[in-house]
Design a protein around this ligand. Structure first.
Ligand code: G3H
Ligand code: 13P
Ligand code: ZN
Length: 332
């Protein structure tokens, strides 16, 4: 058993309370490798932004959970080396799908876990979430739960039958589970194809897809039911078209990739939405950089040359999100 406190990490409780009061959101960036982690920490340290390092089950399988844990511990020391005296860094399990996985993360030094039982029937979601909360809270680890199902590209986001979170369920769910934050569904979804072309309109000038707006009315109704309760948005990449174009012009194939417009994420950040999850944008930045270097310098075979540029692209992206979208700069 390792306590996250010994590693210099913090849980989300105080961070979220401050974010809601201050009208900004904390960035939750996924990481799978050293370059991503370096870029996240540099961006957070230089902007003095609290930050959530997210590890998915896939990341654990890819990079090894022991290595990831020590990388997060190293990140705290690296942040201090960069001049950030009291780093506000959370190590969070993203989309935990079982009690055992969440328990193993709590025991292993994570300061926050998500139990994603949103695909289970309501009562089963409550029972599993409650079990994780009871265990995690013994160690002062905070728990994110999910209610409602994020839309997939196959879903009709605009149809009357949606999987949006039902505002009438949130009080019962939060009270009975004791969760610390709630991920909701208001029209975001994972990946680089958040909407089908049929769900969008097309900008006549650029030919680019313009997505439908998020369901802010559902968010408002949830906030009315649970005033001041921390809300989380998954699937919040904006899929920057500069990266998509770069990738497509250098041998890639990402037709009609589309994300959530940043103005909408900015608006959400000012509300009780206090954690915004971003993964795909970093993947796009990384891929655009690697394609660029290898296209311009076909003879290059030192991975530091293209991974280094990828790291710079990601650092710029993270700083942009922190400063221009979430407003979390200067808050740590
Ligand atoms: O929500 C999903 C995250 O983007 C993590 O993705 O499971 O491919 O690591 P992954
Ligand atoms: P994106 O795919 O939009 O980056 O969402 C990431 C996410 O929600 C991680 O949990
Ligand atoms: Zn997610």
């Amino acid at each position: 058993m390792v306590s996250y406190k010994e590693l210099g990490l913090v849980n989300t409780r105080e961070m979220f309370a401050k974010a809601i009061k201050g009208g900004y959101a904390i960035p939750a960036f996924n990481f799978n490798n050293m370059e991503q982690l370096q870029a996240i920490i540099k961006a957070a340290a230089e902007t003095k932004s609290p930050v959530i390092l997210q590890v998915s089950k896939g990341a654990r399988n890819y990079a090894n959970q022991t290595l990831l844990r020590y990388m997060a511990q190293g990140a705290v020391e690296y942040a201090k080396e960069l001049g950030w005296e009291k780093p506000q860094i959370v190590l969070h399990l993203d989309h935990g799908d079982s009690f055992e996985l969440c328990k193993s993360c709590v025991d292993f030094g994570f300061s926050s876990v998500m139990i994603d039982a949103s695909s289970l029937p309501y009562e089963e979601n409550i029972a599993l979430t409650k079990k994780v909360v009871e265990y995690a809270h013994k160690y002062d680890v905070t728990v994110e739960a999910e209610l409602g199902v994020l839309a997939g590209v196959e879903d009709e986001v605009s149809s009357a039958v949606s999987h949006y979170t039902k505002p009438e369920e949130v009080v019962d769910f939060a009270t009975r589970t004791g969760c610390d934050s709630l991920a909701i569904s208001i029209g975001t979804s994972h990946g680089a194809y958040k909407f089908t072309p049929e769900q969008c309109t097309r900008d006549p000038k650029t030919g680019k897809l313009v997505p439908p707006p998020l369901a802010f009315d559902v968010l408002d109704a949830i906030m009315e039911q649970l005033p001041g309760f921390p809300i989380v948005l998954h699937g919040s990449s904006s899929v920057p078209q500069e990266y998509v174009d770069m990738i497509n012009s250098m041998g890639g194939k990402l037709p009609d990739a589309v994300g959530i417009p940043e103005e909408q994420l900015r608006k959400a950040s000012e509300s009780a939405v206090c954690k915004i999850n971003i993964d795909s944008d970093s993947r796009l930045a990384f891929t655009a950089a690697v394609r660029k270097v290898l296209t311009e310098k076909p003879g290059e075979f030192d991975p530091r040359k293209y991974c280094g540029v990828a790291r710079d692209f990601m650092e710029d992206l993270y700083k942009h999100k922190i400063i221009d979208v979430l407003g979390s700069n200067g808050k740590a």
